[in-house]
Write a protein that binds this ligand. Structure first.
Ligand code: SAM
Length: 224
């Protein structure tokens, strides 16, 4: 039986990859990637050339059988999502569950590395002994219910948000929890990395003062 390695990849800066991840990518037989173009950039940067197969959220359920056949043939299979840790608001969990069920003798190993959650928590200056992670809030149905859960949480809540909805999220937080403290991490590990902290309306004012709201955002909400 072969090995399935779930490999964390950079969330922006292509140097954020562990020695073990690079060795695993170098020594594997095949890499299944959420988007082969994204992983190709990382491989090129590190001068690695490997067979790539696409496995995104839509195909993850169907490709389990193919991966199990490879593992039965003794292959070393890697799965990577587009950025950060697979399975964290990303594909990966269904593949792992399928392999656990259908190839119980296969080794499934984690090659840990970056995640936007831990990147922001590590520089936010808040006590993250305990926190909740809500991922992306639903766009429509269920959004208000989740916002109420965020507002009622006794623990800091970490959220992902898109650039299109970040201002909307600040408006919603200003209404649901006007006194909360929000820490926003934008473009972490990238050239334009920034951390903005304040009330939801202060964050809105800062973002609205720019020409455009761009980039990737991770948000921590603390009720105060
Ligand atoms: N699996 C990833 C991880 O471990 O962080 C998360 C994948 S999720 C599809 C992508 C979201 O993570 C983005 O929309 C954004 O909210 C957040 N994110 C990813 N990279 C980021 C970065 N460099 N700076 C800020 N947020 C980031």
């Amino acid at each position: 039986m072969g090995t399935l390695s779930i490999v964390a990849t950079p969330i922006g800066n292509l140097e954020d990859i562990t020695l073990r991840a690079l060795r695993t990518l170098r020594e594997c037989d095949v890499i299944y990637a959420e988007d082969t173009r994204v992983i190709a950039k990382l491989l090129t940067r590190h001068e690695l050339h490997k067979p790539l197969q696409r496995m995104d959220a839509a195909t993850e359920g169907k490709k389990g059988e193919e991966v199990v056949a490879r593992l039965a043939a003794g292959e070393r299979v890697v799965f990577v999502s587009d950025a950060g840790t697979p399975g964290i608001s990303d594909p990966g969990a269904r593949l792992v569950a399928y392999v656990r069920e259908h190839a119980p003798e296969a080794v499934i190993e984690a090659i840990p590395g970056p995640s936007a959650i831990t990147a922001l928590l590590s520089i936010a200056g808040i006590d993250a002994t305990r926190f909740s992670f809500f991922g992306f809030l639903p766009h429509k149905k269920g959004r208000m219910t989740m916002l109420r859960e965020v507002a009622a949480s006794p623990l800091p809540v970490v959220l992902y948000e898109s650039p299109h909805r970040i201002l909307k999220l600040m408006e919603e937080l200003a209404a649901a929890l006007p006194a909360c403290r929000v820490t926003v991490g934008r473009e972490l590990t990238k050239m334009h990395e920034e951390v903005i902290a304040g009330s939801p309306s202060e964050i809105s004012a800062s973002l609205e003062s720019r020409d455009a709201v761009r980039g990737e955002f991770v948000v921590i909400v603390e009720a105060i």
